[in-house]
Each structure stands twice: as structure tokens, then as C-alpha cells.
Design a protein around this ligand. Structure first.
Ligand code: DX5
Ligand code: ZN
Length: 213
């Protein structure tokens, strides 16, 4: 059974409350929230006030994916808004180790993310510290892009780099039943999916298909 984290980036933003209510009813493992600052990535989404506004509508953990420069400057706001997990990009900050520990000291799980261009070796020194590694299987910034197949080898490589069975490997971008199956086989625990879920006539069917992987 794969861990499933639907990304609300592909939901209808004018009906965000309905999307949260649906995911709550579907009892998904995490709700993946894509925060973009228009600098680290060429797109702008939501920040702490929106996360705070939707927080009371579900008790499902919020998996907050920060695609922002200098996450250390605003991480406290995301913690206060109700993030249960915070993942930042390795090249968005200079002192990644310090930031991981700051997040964990606040009682929040900490993750680090790699873009398709980045080598797992760049985070080897963090593998004993992080709760999860988020492998981007598209260039971050937009939903609905195609899966980059080299992510499969990257997941396998990462698994060989640590003995930690509790280190979660999550994949994000272009995930559907086929690519999700490839990533689970390669050693991934959890799947982020946006368009594959929200563009279905019945999103529940897609959630169940991913869960079964
Ligand atoms: C992309 C985001 C993803 C996005 C995935 O930058 O980090 O979480 O929502 O969307 P799909 O599943 O449509 O590729
Ligand atoms: Zn994401």
C-alpha cells in the first residue's frame, strides 16, 4: 500500500473548501500543499494565511512543500499556520542542516527536496537527520507536467545510500498509476499526485488506484 498525498494545486481554487472536504472524506494520508513564491519557481500559489484558513476543516496532516527562496525566513509562519510536515529545496537555503533541526524542534516533520537536475549525493550528509526526501519527477512550478523517467534510478540510488527503514522517500510530479507503480518498485513510500486525481470524473477512483500500488 502506497502512502497517497493529493496535491491541491490541481484543485479548483475557487472551491478549495470543497476539495479539502472531499480529501477529508477520502481519508488520504496527507494533503500536499504546494507553496510557490514566484522566485524559486516561476509561479505563485498560496502562503500561510490560506493554510491557516483551511486548517480547521480537516485533521489530515498537511504536507507543506516549500518551493521558495530562503525558507528559513518564513518557516515559522508555516509552522504557526498548521503545517505537519515541511519540505524545502536543498538549493534554496545555505544552512539546510540547521533548518531541518529548527523544523523538528518545533515538533514538525522535516523533508528535503531534490530537483530532477540534482544528485542524491548532495543530501547524503542529511540522511540521518531528515524525516523524508521528496524527489521531484518534474521541474517544480506547475501541475500537469510529464514524469521524468530518470527519477526511477534516483530513488533506487537513494535507497542504497541509507540503512534507515523509516526514511520516507516521496515522489512528486507526473504521478499516475503507471509512473506511481514504477516509483514504488524503485523504493518510494509515498506518492504526490495532483492532476491525475483532480482531473478525473471521479477523483476517488484515482486515489484508490494509487493506494493499491
Ligand atoms: C509541482 C508540484 C507538484 C504538483 C504535481 O511543482 O510540486 O506537487 O502539484 O502535480 P501533478 O501531479 O499534476 O504533476
Ligand atoms: Zn509538490
Amino acid at each position: 500500500m502506497a502512502i497517497v498525498a493529493p496535491s491541491i494545486l490541481s484543485a479548483d481554487f475557487s472551491k478549495l473548501g470543497e476539495a479539502i472536504a472531499f480529501l477529508d472524506k477520502a481519508a488520504v494520508d496527507f494533503i500536499h500543499i504546494d507553496v510557490m513564491d514566484g522566485k524559486y519557481v516561476p509561479n505563485l500559489t498560496f502562503g500561510p494565511p490560506v493554510i491557516k484558513a483551511i486548517r480547521p476543516f480537516t485533521s489530515i496532516p498537511f504536507d507543506v512543500h516549500l518551493m521558495i527562496d530562503k525558507p528559513e525566513d518564513s518557516v515559522d509562519d508555516y509552522i504557526a499556520a498548521g503545517a505537519d510536515r515541511i519540505t524545502f529545496h536543498i538549493d534554496a537555503t545555505i544552512h539546510a542542516h540547521r533548518l531541518i533541526h529548527k523544523i523538528k524542534e518545533a515538533g514538525v516533520k522535516a523533508g528535503v527536496s531534490l530537483n530532477p537536475s540534482q544528485n542524491p549525493e548532495s543530501i547524503r550528509y542529511l540522511l540521518d537527520d531528515v524525516d523524508l526526501v521528496l524527489l521531484m519527477s518534474v521541474n517544480p512550478g506547475f501541475g500537469g507536467q510529464s514524469f521524468i523517467p530518470s527519477t526511477i534510478e534516483k530513488a533506487k540510488q537513494l535507497r542504497t545510500m541509507t540503512d534507515r527503514k523509516d526514511l520516507e522517500i516521496m515522489v512528486d510530479g507526473g504521478i499516475n498509476e503507471t509512473t506511481g507503480a514504477q516509483m514504488v518498485k524503485a523504493g518510494c513510500d509515498s506518492l504526490v499526485a495532483g492532476s491525475y486525481i483532480f482531473k478525473q470524473d471521479d477523483p476517488m477512483v484515482a486515489i484508490e488506484a494509487l493506494r493499491r500500488l
